[in-house]
Design a protein around this ligand. Structure first.
Ligand code: XMP
Length: 177
């Protein structure tokens, strides 16, 4: 699997230090509050597990299954909510976590849906934000790293379901696609 990696973009220790800093920011913004954290599956699984253990104990963790890539390396342009029942966020302060902000359609759709469902406020955090013009108007409140507009894998991000468990973020060799 590691042979398929072209280059390591963000090493494990660099991610860990950045998560420490992001957790400080989030704690500062929500002092003493019980937040509902919504983890977008599956991409944000690894990032969220590591970030949430750096936050105070009083959290409610929910997951949302959304899909926009359908296995390839280009966003399909359509965001599907795959769960039959969405978490109850009425009157709650919510923090949505995703792996990467690309076109912006996913975060936009999720924030809009949670707002429609009566969330008091919705903040967003991503591990990575691609440096590009977004199709949907949205920026994340907490960003781990800004990266170029290229397809990345590892630390939760996949190519056809693989590479999510790599402990770093990297790019894939063209021959592995
Ligand atoms: P949008 O375009 O809606 O994309 O902002 C967000 C979702 O698309 C997936 N995504 C990627 N997945 N490598 C991946 O493995 C990438 O470079 C990449 N760019 C976007 C991801 O699921 C994210 O939640």
């Amino acid at each position: 699997m590691e042979d398929d990696v072209e280059r390591v973009l963000i090493a494990e220790d660099v991610i860990e230090r950045r998560l420490d800093a992001m957790a400080v920011e989030i704690r500062r913004d929500f002092p003493g509050e019980v937040l509902v954290v919504i983890v977008l599956l599956k991409g944000a699984l690894v990032f969220s597990a590591d970030l949430l253990r750096r936050l105070p104990r009083m959290l409610e963790i929910e997951c949302l299954n959304v899909a926009s890539y359908h296995g390839g390396t280009e966003s399909s342009g359509k965001v599907d909510f795959l769960d039959r029942k969405l978490p109850d966020v009425n009157g709650r302060r919510v923090l949505v976590l995703d792996d990467i902000l690309d076109t912006g359609r996913t975060l936009r759709a999720v924030v809009d849906r949670l707002t429609e469902m009566g969330a008091e406020s919705v903040k967003t955090g991503v591990l990575l934000a691609k440096d590009k013009v977004r199709s949907a108007e949205v920026e994340a409140d907490y960003v781990g790293f800004a990266i170029g507009d290229e397809f990345v894998i590892g630390y939760g991000l996949d190519y056809q379901g693989r590479y999510r468990n790599l402990p770093y973020v990297g790019t894939l060799k063209p021959e592995a696609r």
